[in-house]
Design a protein. Sequence first.
Length: 309
Amino acid sequence: MDLDATVYVAGHRGLVGSAIWRRLEAAGHTRLIGASSAELDLRDRDATFAFLAEHRPVVVIDAAARVGGILANRDHPTEFLSDNLRIQVNLMDAALAVRTPRLLFLGSSCIYPKYAEQPIRESSLLTGELEPTNDAYAIAKIAGIMQVQAVRRQYGLPWISAMPTNLYGPNDNFDLTSSHVLPALIRRFHDAKVSGAPEVVLWGSGTPRREFLHVDDLADACLHLLETYDEPEPINVGVGEDVTIQELATLVARVVGYEGAVSNDLSKPDGTPRKLLDVSRLQALGWKPTIDLSDGVAATYAWYLEHAV
């Protein structure tokens, strides 16, 4: 990418968007554009069209979304469907109106069927039923993929979509009711350590397996894809390895320094039994992650202590 090209990072203050912004700056990009949700509500179609018409970016990276953990998705499916559909449609329609040459849409591994063959290949999309606890969010992200493909077919623009696995890192959400599993565990074990609680209770059985990618690795992958990838099919972004939630909890407890007991609340949902991505297509493009899970969790906990406590 031209380092002087105007690049708009939608959602630049969130977990993913902020990491992409940092990576672009490190690469030497000089014309980065971002707008907070207070400055630009992407659900507002007229405002979104006006913003894109004013700035006319050469590259749009869509990292804007309403996101949350398993309970937030289960309890608020209407908002997860409606908000994400409006954000995506408005942004992509506005980008099309000014013929943005390059767009990267970021989805989620939850687009794949609940019982997809492991590791999950991109071709598994739309081959089975979704996980009920986040099907509304998944449908919105699937619609985003379809819009990218439709624009490619009809207008010939080299837009692409990437599907990251579970992410974590700086600027994550550590709220216990709306966060994803890894930041939630960091918060739980930290609070238990500070309060001297004798036990931490995990949601679910602890047996589901999950793959975790540091958001800085995702940001690096995004730049690599913008340089090397131009296909209609979405491409998986992950590490190709997973751990059980119980193993993850043990790792987080060690990093935090919590020495109490750990039990399981079986009344809470587990979600998909396993969700490991096949990342062979991304590896064939010459990209692999560099941040080990243990090191990444330690760095994320250090960020939490400095910024969120």
